[in-house]
Design a protein around this ligand. Structure first.
Ligand SMILES: [Zn+2]
Length: 159
């Protein structure tokens, strides 16, 4: 059985936070606000995988009211979701994603992000697609008030 899932997430940029994207800390004067590390890319991917599994969203499994997830690396969410996949006999065929970010430039970090994400999910790095674009200076992303991410995932499930 082949199933797809989609995920979307936005986090606000603010001073006094580390910028963590795809599990990689990127030097920048602003960081993403969130209960966890605010890793918008990983959250979108997590929702895409959960969607393909027919499960509820990341907020259900990792609620921001739970002190266990406070300031935690979102890579931990992927490790948990990888366990859920195994329990359901699910296997990720591929993940694709887009990060929409006006600044900083994230292209130099993409290979490292793929490595970290693939390792947390226990898949080959060729399974993980990450693309980056700007919002052409338009809207909240264009004003660098936040970063958005989309992800899709294809899961093969054994009966
Ligand atoms: Zn999020």
């Amino acid at each position: 059985m082949i199933r797809t899932g989609i995920g979307y997430d936005v986090h606000k940029l603010a001073a006094g936070r580390k910028l963590v994207l795809g599990g990689v800390t990127i030097p920048f004067e602003l960081g993403l606000v969130g209960h966890s590390d605010g890793d918008v890319l990983i959250h979108a991917m997590a929702d895409a995988i959960l969607g393909a599994l027919g499960k509820r969203d990341i907020g259900f499994f990792f609620p921001n009211s739970d002190p266990r997830w406070k300031d935690i690396s979102s890579l931990v969410f992927l490790e948990r979701i990888s366990q859920m996949l195994s329990e359901e006999n699910g296997h990720i065929e591929n993940i694709d994603s887009v990060v929409i970010c006006e600044k900083p430039k994230i292209a130099p970090y993409i290979e490292e992000m793929k490595e970290k994400i693939a390792s947390s999910l226990g898949v080959d790095r060729s399974v993980v697609g990450i693309k980056a674009t700007t919002n052409e200076s338009l809207g909240f992303v264009g004003r660098a008030e936040g970063i958005a991410a989309f992800a899709t995932c294809l899961v093969r499930k054994a009966e």
